[in-house]
Design a protein around this ligand. Structure first.
Ligand code: KIV
Length: 272
């Protein structure tokens, strides 16, 4: 008796490394629930990020800080149940890893055991190296995240482009190399100048995935609710909207309300 599920060409961290080597760009989107993850996976996305942006788009918080480890595990396990092919990466939420490396590992183990995800992502450079190394020792792949790191929004003060000054750009480049040396399998660069992002992608062997980091990197990530136009208050320059689902859904709901009020719905064929 076989315990294996139907065979699919699954995306692993090794597949991503090979994609960088042969110059094939990596596609990544967020998802936080079963239904959206199923669509995104069926459409052939390479990586699904269960981002802590769930705090904004799913729960309506102003920042990513309030989301808890339990809530991230709930979102991640819903996503994992939907996917056949994509690599699922989960954000360690604010407050679940900054204390010390043991806390970081304990949070990671909970995510891996309770959700079935494949890797975790953490924001920061040199200051979180010890935690990254401890997590890697436990056999869990780690994705780094540099540039605009939303968990530090109160330190930055704004969501504007990062690393435009030489000192910050040099630190970012140094941090990227440290994350690679520590063993991260990939790196997200958020909202930094395109030339700097290209320089980072050319300086490290691991895949570099950009969001607002130009076209010289190894792949792109967007928040799925933003690219589908479900959210409509947020319009940064880097965002390409592929649909305007806010209007589409609103129109459909308005029509439904009208049909119910006018008793057009349900009709003869829509009842028993
Ligand atoms: O939480 C998130 O959605 C992210 C992406 C913006 C990279 O970290």
């Amino acid at each position: 008796m076989s315990i294996h599920k139907k065979e699919h060409k699954k995306i692993t961290t090794h597949v991503l490394a090979e994609m960088k080597m042969r110059g094939e760009k990596i596609s990544m989107l967020t998802a936080y629930d079963y239904s959206m993850a199923k669509i995104v996976d069926d459409a052939g996305i390479d990586v699904i990020l269960v981002g802590d942006s769930a705090s904004n788009v799913m729960a309506g918080h102003e920042t990513t800080l309030p989301i808890t480890l339990d809530q991230m595990i709930y979102h991640a396990s819903s996503v994992v149940r939907a996917i056949n092919r994509a690599l699922v990466v989960v954000d360690l939420p604010f407050g679940s890893y900054q204390g010390n490396s043991k806390e970081a590992l304990a949070s990671t183990i909970r995510i891996m055991k309770e959700s079935g995800a494949h890797a975790i992502k953490m924001e920061g450079g040199e200051e979180i190296l010890e935690s990254i190394k401890r997590i890697l020792t436990a056999g869990v792949p780690v994705m780094g995240h540099l540039g605009l790191t939303p968990q530090s929004i109160y330190k930055f003060g704004t969501y504007t482009v990062r690393a435009t000054e030489d000192a910050e750009a040099e630190k970012l480049l140094r941090d990227a190399k440290l994350l690679e040396e520590a063993g991260c399998f990939a790196l997200v660069l958020e909202k930094i100048p395109a030339d700097l992002a290209t320089q980072v992608a050319q300086s490290v062997q691991i895949p570099v995935i950009g969001i607002g980091a130009g076209n010289g990197v190894d792949g792109q990530v967007l928040v799925v609710h933003d690219m589908l136009g479900i959210t409509n208050e947020f319009s940064p320059r880097f965002l390409r909207r592929y649909l305007n689902l806010y209007q589409e859904i609103k129109g459909a709901v308005e029509q439904y309300v009208e049909d119910v009020k006018s008793q057009d719905f349900p009709n003869e064929k829509e009842q028993y």
